[in-house]
Design a protein around this ligand. Structure first.
Ligand code: XMP
Length: 518
């Protein structure tokens, strides 16, 4: 994609390099992260960055063969910001000196105070006389490079902020990209402003560019897109449809493990609202048939995964002239990561439920979201007119209700589960809690318990409510509902859903638990 103004982030393996990109994108600045091994002089020339940021990293510049950017970075005539390791490598390459820790290591919160001389990078800083920053360094700069002056110091880092203002080279020992450096955003904003970024990386502009690029790539060929009902594949589908119209066909597989009303919702939205050619494949008989009698979680997942590929291939194979498969791959899935254990490494996660399909079917990929973070995909979805309720939907796993139905899956249990789940979600929406929660659902338990309703004895299923907060699904905590909310929800489920007579609330965090029950 051609972006007129690009920020290059050279990655030296810091855990938080992605955050630099996030912050830049929040400032409407287009940026890309590339591992230092890949950034050659030639790469720099082709990329033509408007500014460069050197990330932090775990290595020590005092080590032989420590990672470095090409010297040409400092000859481009563009602003350069070095962060932590990036600061040290910059100092060393430009003629300063870096030494090993020896009592000057600094980790965590620190306070930087100004030296008095003003600096464009620090505009809006030091209002309180000092700024809180987040440090994480063992080595330190012991003498700064020619042309540099000191603009901020901390107890452990006499050269916390240095700069060569004439060349627009800036070097900071702390991490401005993390939340624990509250003024970090301002600093990065100043940097991009100094570099002359217009801040024109908006989803409106992205939409136009993406459409042009899809048209260019696809020509007059046909594209298949597997819709899951999730945000990524939906946004990809709507965007591609806007670009090439009815050359796109979507395939939506109903495996019989969807939530209440979900299949209808997807069909209504895509076929009726967006007029996108859609094959809605009701394959529930086949999936539920093959799952009969299976209770082992891994076996369930394998059966569902295998059938999904089979079914998708069958329907996609019927679409004449299809040469492309659309996928909702996101930027975090494709960022190449720096590894110090075994040389350069590339981490590309297998994506969605159609992994391996493109090769098998000889299809080329269309991945219009490859450059976006999740929150940018949501912004693009809004730009494309997808309803807010859809964009903010909680994640839903590919194997669907199968993994919320521990033990054997039966149609009866699935029906009970759907109804209980719909009530739980309704309760959460009514109480205005939906957006605070990462994911919420009901699991139907493979036990029946005794109860009493009216004058009669009942012997029905127990269910568990699950609701968690999380940032990325990797770790999670249970949501602290009020007792009133839990009581009211339990009463509604037991009164309104025949087949459940006991409701429990799952208060396990992740780890040690997982979000799903299987
Ligand atoms: P766990 O249960 O591992 O789930 O804590 C973490 C997140 O991943 C989702 N999940 C899946 N998503 N296919 C998916 O597309 C799967 O097989 C799958 N398993 C778990 C889960 O819903 C949660 O958001």
């Amino acid at each position: 994609m051609t972006h007129h103004q690009r920020l290059l982030i050279i990655d030296f393996g810091s855990q938080v390099t992605q955050l630099i990109a996030r912050r830049a994108r929040e400032l409407n600045v287009y940026c890309e992260i590339h591992p230092y091994q890949k950034v050659t002089e030639r790469f720099l020339r082709d990329f033509a960055p408007q500014a460069v940021i050197l990330s932090g990293g775990p290595a020590s510049v005092t080590d032989e063969g420590a990672p470095r950017p090409p010297a040409a970075v400092f000859e481009l005539g563009v602003p350069v910001l070095g962060i932590c390791y990036g600061q040290q490598v910059m100092m060393q390459m430009l003629g300063g000196r870096v030494e090993r820790g020896h009592g000057t290591a600094e980790f965590g919160r620190a306070w930087v105070t100004p030296t008095g001389e003003p600096l464009d990078l620090l505009e809006g800083w030091f209002g309180q006389g000092r700024e809180q920053v987040w440090m994480s360094h063992g080595d330190h700069v012991s003498s700064i490079a020619p042309g540099f002056r000191v603009f901020g110091t901390s107890p452990g880092a006499p050269f916390a902020i240095t700069a060569d203002p004439a060349r627009h080279f800036y070097a900071v020992q702390f991490h401005p990209e993390v939340h624990h450096t509250p003024g970090g955003r301002k600093l990065l904003e100043n940097f991009t402003r100094i570099a002359g970024f217009a801040g024109d990386w908006t989803m409106g502009a992205y939409r136009q560019e993406a459409i042009r690029k899809i048209r260019e790539q696809v020509g007059d060929k046909r594209v298949i897109c597997g819709l899951s009902g999730g945000v990524d594949s939906s946004v990809a589908a709507v965007l591609i449809h806007e670009a090439i119209g009815d050359q796109l066909t979507c395939v939506f597989v109903d495996h019989g493990l969807l939530r209440q009303g979900e299949a209808e919702e997807v069909v209504t939205m895509f076929r009726d609202h967006y007029n996108i050619p859609l094959i809605a494949a009701d394959e529930s008989e086949r999936f539920l048939g093959e799952l009969e009698g299976v209770s082992d979680p891994e076996t369930k997942r394998k059966i569902i995964g295998r059938l999904f590929i089979d079914v998708f291939q069958k329907y996609a194979g019927d679409i004449e002239g299809a040469e492309f498969l659309a996928q909702g791959t996101l930027y975090p899935d494709v960022i190449e990561s720096v590894s110090f254990s075994g040389g350069p490494s590339v981490t590309i996660k297998s994506h969605h439920n159609v992994g391996g399909l493109p090769e098998k079917m000889g299809l080329k990929l269309v991945e219009p979201l490859r450059e976006l973070f999740k929150d940018e995909v949501r912004a693009l979805g809004r730009e494309l007119g997808l309803p807010e309720s859809f964009i903010r939907r909680h994640p839903f796993p590919g194997p669907g209700l199968a993994i919320r139905c521990p033990g054997e899956i039966t149609r009866e249990k699935l029906e009970i589960l759907r109804r209980a789940d719909a009530i739980f979600i309704d309760q959460i929406r009514r109480h205005g809690l939906y957006d605070e929660i990462w994911q919420a659902f009901v699991a139907i338990l493979p036990v029946k318990t005794v109860g009493v309703m009216g004058d009669g004895r009942t012997y029905d299923y127990a269910c568990a409510l699950r609701a968690v907060t999380s940032v990325d699904g990797m770790t999670a905590d249970y949501y602290p509902f009020s007792h009133e909310f839990l009581g009211e929800t339990a009463t509604r489920i037991i009164n309104e859903v025949q087949g459940i007579n006991r409701v429990t609330y799952d208060i396990t965090s992740k780890p040690p638990g997982t979000i799903e029950w299987e």
